[in-house]
Design a protein around this ligand. Structure first.
Ligand SMILES: Nc1ncnc2c1ncn2[C@@H]1O[C@H](COP(=O)(O)OP(=O)(O)OP(=O)(O)O)[C@@H](O)[C@H]1O
Length: 829
């Protein structure tokens, strides 16, 4: 290939190949973080000291790596492990005072606005050629902008690029005698100059992103073909990313009518897992990023940037966390696909500075899933777009290293999936088909899905290694590039609807309804006297409807995320999330019902708006322009209303309803807990009672035994004919041995049963024998009967009369008594 082709003349001339610089160890203080923006250091950074040492000093564009297929792996070259996601500094480090970037969760977007006045000259100086505006047609078409970049080589070049924008294999390298096929692209570029490359392939897309279109720029190609060099560049040849960032700020400076909020994130897909490069590695390793919706990623750290320095800091941090490793073909091969995303939000500036700052009540802004968002203010809508800059890992052959081979498999699989996705999309576009596109087969294609489905302007730079040994890989890259050229796009500007006017209307209606309600309430007592019961019911229903409408409108305002600054919190409707916790479950259920009714009514509102939209009057083509404009304005109004109602509907469907339900549940839960506790206490008490009863039963059984023993003793005593009178204490009423004081067996039994069921009942609480206790504390029944017990025996008449029966001698009787009673433990005799 001749370096003097017309294609070349457009860009920088071929940079003569300089042999690879021998690796040298640099001293510790020479180690510093390389930066894409830093003109004195190489961009690509690694966490491993080894790789930092090796790469910090190497001027990238002069040390060309050999082509795959001719590994230069030498034994003396140190093997670089893949960059470890090393121990990270504490997260606090990321938000230090010197940090130019800010975690979105802690930033008030209105305070982080960037406008033309805030751009420092340093942010846009350098080699950005502001006069060179993007080629007009680029980025404005519905096609992907596809460019080929051929890296310089010292070996024999296999490709012919003598015709502008065309590349074909030089006939001497073709395998057949047939003329090699030609590939046509938007640009075919060579050389090491990154500035013309940027202007040709990226600038228009960066500007498109600044103007509200989603834009994606990615580099595709085999390993060591120059993707990272193209995107990130080197110290003296900054690549697309640093140039794009400069252009972002210079665009802001050129656009004094708008103000901007910039947020950036940086991630990599490594072995089919997405890692957040801005989170501390310990965090991102344990919480990989998930794709939770069309282009929605979580958890993903986004940082607000207000200057080029801020972007640089964020980029450098991300770069430090990227995985790179030495392979057989590239000393610092990217082992992952990396995606740098810049979210650009902008709106027209207001009149004065105060208004332009658009300060909103802090804290009043509802949280949005994507983090901090710019608000529409006073009719100023917000434009939002995402610029994604993607450095894909290179396709490669199996290497000699096991780990690299494993990574290579993942890389190749995801690139293959990308290829087949692109193939299907191209096919669908060419044949107007709608075949299934296998986006879900890899993380990379899932991530790119919204863009590839047409939602973004895409520019692809396919990098080629022109060496003869790399012909198969280069051919495959060219085929990929041809396919992606056929993909159809239809990117549209994303503009957040201006809801302010509508909200103002709602607010007015609320005021009117409130006045009406207040009037009605004031007249109610007087009116009710005149009205029949039926009419009173109707009247109260009408008042309820008024109330419901007020609430509905108030909630619509809340869901449209607008807060009236002048009225502060007063103007805010009672948020459903602030349900009164003192409400009874009944009241909460009423709230729940009201919320449900509201959802239904919003559903109806949506249907009627949809119907109105469908039933819109058709205008004849020759109708006057003013009529057409009016119709368009009316339709736009209906669409806005519909959107707001839909948003309100979605919000109500989720949040408030859930919260009311939770409140009701919480209320019932606490009640249930009290009931359960009470029940448990009762059960414990009942168990205790059962235990006590059991004890008492046992005590009664013992007592019964005692009683029986006593009864037996008395019977024996009776049988022996021993009068108890002599044993009894002298009684005032009956003298000892009185004939009338007979103690019959029946009476004694009744006495015993009485004492068993009354006085001794208390012993049931004791574990010891009730008799024993009783006898411990009292005098023995036989020795000394307590008065009250004797009183039980008042009517006892001694059947045994003196001299009747066969009296035992006093000594014999005493022994007998001892013999019977003495068997009873502790019974004093
Ligand atoms: N156009 C170019 N001009 C000068 N040097 C280049 C050019 N393209 C690539 N290089 C050099 O070639 C080497 C490999 O390039 P680079 O790392 O960009 O390849 P890559 O495609 O990103 O590889 P991988 O997929 O393995 O990460 C680097 O040293 C780089 O500086």
């Amino acid at each position: 290939m001749s370096t003097d082709t017309p294609a070349m003349s457009k860009l920088a001339r071929f940079t003569p190949f300089t042999p690879k610089r021998p690796l040298s160890i640099v001293s510790g203080n020479e180690l510093s973080t390389p930066s894409v923006f830093n003109t004195s250091k190489k961009y690509k950074a690694s966490l491993s000291t080894e790789s930092r040492i090796r790469t910090t000093k190497a001027p990238a564009h002069t040390s060309l790596t050999p082509v795959p297929g001719t590994p230069t792996k030498s034994n003396d070259r140190p093997k670089t492990p893949s960059t470890p996601r090393g121990v990270s500094p504490s997260p606090a480090l990321f938000l230090g005072p010197g940090d130019m970037s800010m975690d979105v969760s802690r930033v008030d977007p209105e305070e982080a606005l960037v406008d033309s006045e805030k751009i420092e000259p340093g942010d846009i100086s350098g080699d950005i050629d502001e006069s060179q505006l993007p080629t007009p047609e680029y980025g404005k078409e519905d096609k992907v902008l596809v460019s080929i970049r051929i890296r310089p080589t010292a070996a024999q070049d296999a490709w012919d690029i003598s015709v502008p924008k065309v590349i074909k294999l030089s006939p001497q390298h073709a395998k057949t005698a047939l003329t090699p096929p030609e590939f046509h692209f938007d640009e075919v570029l060579t050389g090491s100059e990154n500035k013309p490359l940027y202007n040709a392939v990226a600038k228009s897309h960066v500007i498109a992103a600044m103007e509200g279109y989603n834009a994606v720029i990615f580099a595709y190609g085999q390993t060591a073909s120059g993707k990272t060099f193209t995107l990130s560049g080197s110290e003296d040849q900054p690549g697309i990313i640093p140039r794009a960032m400069k252009d972002v700020f210079s665009h802001i400076r050129r656009t004094p009518t708008r103000e901007y909020l910039l947020r950036c994130s940086y991630l990599e897909i490594y072995n089919e897992t997405i890692y957040d490069l801005l989170s501390p590695p310990s965090v991102s390793a344990t919480q990989p990023v998930q794709i939770i919706g069309q282009g929605v990623l979580a958890p993903l750290r986004e940082e607000v940037v207000t200057s080029l320095k801020g972007v640089r800091e964020v980029m450098e941090r991300g770069e430090r966390h990227r995985r790179t490793a030495s392979t057989d073909w590239n000393e610092r091969s990217s082992r992952s696909h990396s995606v740098f995303r810049l979210v650009i939000e902008s709106r027209e500036r207001g009149e004065g500075k105060a208004e332009s700052s658009g300060r909103q009540t802090p804290g009043a802004r509802p949280q949005t899933p994507g983090g901090t968002r710019l608000q529409t203010i006073g009719g100023r809508s917000v434009q939002m777009s995402v610029l994604s800059l993607i450095d894909l890992a290179g396709s490669e052959k199996a290497t000699s290293d096991k780990e690299r081979t494993r990574e290579g498999k993942y890389i190749n699989t995801s690139l293959l999936t990308l290829g087949s996705v692109i193939g299907t999309l191209a096919e669908n576009a060419a044949k107007h088909k709608n075949d299934h596109v296998p986006y879900r087969n890899s993380k990379l294609t899932r991530l790119l899905q919204p863009s590839l489905s047409g939602d973004a302007r895409i520019s692809v730079v396919c990098t080629l290694n022109p060496d003869v040994q790399a012909i198969p890989e280069s051919t495959s890259t060219l085929q990929f590039a041809s396919r992606i050229k056929r993909v159809q796009l239809s990117a549209k500007k994303k503009e957040v609807v201006d809801t302010d006017a509508l909200i103002e209307r709602y607010r007015k209606e609320i005021e009117e309804l409130k006045t009406k309600l207040a009037d009605r309430e004031a007249e109610a007592p007087e009116r009710n006297r005149r009205l029949s019961a039926r009419e009173q019911i109707d009247e109260s229903k009408a008042m309820k409807d008024l109330n419901a409408r007020i609430q509905q409108l108030t909630k619509l305002i809340l869901t449209s995320q607008s807060v009236d600054e002048t009225k502060g919190d007063e103007s805010r409707p009672a948020s459903p999330s602030k349900v009164d916790f003192d409400m009874s479950p009944y009241q909460l259920q009423q709230e729940l019902l009201a919320a449900r009714r509201q959802i239904e009514s919003q559903g109806n509102q949506m249907l009627s708006l949809e119907a109105a939209l469908l039933a819109r009057p058709e205008l004849p083509p020759d109708a006057p322009e003013t009529e057409k404009d009016k119709l368009i304005a009316d339709q736009q109004k209906s669409i806005r209303e519909l959107e707001i109602v839909v948003r309100g509907y979605e919000d109500n469907l989720g949040e408030p309803l859930r919260q009311v339900r939770e409140d009701v549940e919480r209320e019932w839960e606490s009640r249930l807990a009290v009931e359960v506790k009470r029940r448990e206490e009762r059960e414990a008490w009942a168990a205790e009672l059962v235990k006590q009863l059991d004890k008492e039963k046992k005590a009664r059984l013992k007592l019964e035994e005692e009683r029986r023993a006593l009864a037996a003793f008395v019977s024996k005593f009776d049988a022996l004919g021993l009068g108890v009178g002599s044993l009894l204490p002298p009684s005032s009423g009956s003298g000892s041995g009185s004939a009338s004081g007979s103690f019959g067996l029946g009476k004694a039994k009744s006495y015993l049963s009485k004492i068993g069921s009354s006085g001794l009942g208390v012993v049931a609480e004791e574990t010891e024998s009730p008799m024993r206790i009783n006898l411990k504390n009292q005098q023995s029944l036989l020795d000394q009967t307590p008065e009250e017990e004797w009183s039980l025996m008042e009517d006892v008449s001694f059947e045994m009369e003196m001299g009747k029966g066969k009296p035992a001698s006093g000594r014999k009787a005493a022994n007998l008594l001892k013999g019977v009673v003495g068997r009873k433990e502790n019974m004093p005799v």
